[in-house]
Design a protein around this ligand. Structure first.
Ligand SMILES: [Zn+2]
Length: 297
């Protein structure tokens, strides 16, 4: 007689359980935004804060100009000066952050970034290392996909990527001209990891609403060296022509020799706030503008 075979009870080895280290970080509940952070005239825009995964709730009244302010490189002054200047005027903006500088002496801290994000500021990916052009696909992937994945693991809600000045190659020019970049592995990385990206393409207004491939490689103006008169004229043109406008600043340049003074920068923000209150200008974060839809007042 053959003895009945018995099988040991199987247990799931503990080493195939997901490790706590690969789980997304636990996020504490967002504090209630203070009333000063809510745009005075357009409450529906505040509802489209980052991290919702969609920008369909980002809107602007038909006939308004739409302005986005962007601050690159994540310097400590982005928090100590810019963030303060924005919040006292109920304005929001985008901040393009370099992954490997977070929590170093030349950068914002993660804690500061989370405070800014909670207040409605957009945090954008500005490469891993801000070096010169990537030499191949793996380096390109590190400066884009890896950078944003690590930022998201830190609890930052990042949707868009911003080309750094040291990239002098033609990635985005090619993309915008619809030829060589389209369909490449690099193009596929960008479209898989980001809702939009901004190339270094200067001095072009945007026709609203922005659609389709116009969200990839979008344009901006550089504000660091412009006069207050010039900056006001840009805003006026944006309103008159009902265009989209983005102005980029580097916080360390504000108040530097040959650049816009702190006082003029503050006056510029005063001017923007005046137009928002007047109901002719809508201020959105950079990615909100790219996905914003008009509504009738
Ligand atoms: Zn930069």
């Amino acid at each position: 007689m053959i003895p009945q075979q018995t099988f040991p009870t199987q247990t799931v080895p503990t080493d195939i359980q997901p490790s706590a280290t690969i789980l997304p970080p636990t996020r504490s509940p967002d504090p209630t935004p203070t009333s000063t952070n809510a745009p005075a005239t357009t409450p529906e825009i505040y509802a489209s804060t980052m991290g919702s995964g969609t920008y369909t709730s980002s809107r602007y009244p038909t006939g308004n100009g739409v302005l986005s302010l962007r601050f690159d490189d994540g310097k400590p002054r982005d928090y100590s000066f810019i963030y303060t200047q924005l919040t006292v005027r109920s304005l929001i903006a985008g901040f393009a952050i370099i992954r490997d500088r977070i929590n170093t002496s030349i950068s914002l801290t993660l804690a500061q970034l989370k405070i800014m994000q909670t207040a409605g500021m957009e945090i954008m990916c500005h490469t891993y290392s801000h070096r010169s052009d990537p030499t191949g696909l793996s380096e390109f992937a590190r400066e884009t996909a890896l950078a944003v994945e690590e930022m998201r693991m830190m609890g930052l809600n990042v949707d868009s990527w911003v080309q750094p000045g040291p990239w002098t190659g033609d990635y985005f020019t090619m993309m915008r001209s619809g030829t060589t970049f389209f369909g490449t592995p690099e193009d596929n990385i960008m479209r898989n990891y980001f809702k939009a990206w901004e190339g270094y393409r200067l001095n072009t207004d945007r026709v609203l609403p922005i659609t389709g491939d116009n969200r990839y490689g979008a344009w901006h103006y550089l504000g660091d060296e412009r006069s207050l008169v010039d900056l006001k004229a840009l805003v006026d043109s944006c309103i008159t022509n009902q265009k989209g406008l983005e102005i980029l600043f580097h916080s360390n340049n504000i108040g530097a020799v040959g650049k816009i003074s702190e006082a003029d920068f503050a006056s510029f923000l005063d001017y923007v706030q005046t137009k928002v209150i007047a109901g002719t200008l809508t201020v959105l974060t950079p990615t909100q503008q790219l996905f914003a839809v008009p509504f009738t007042k």
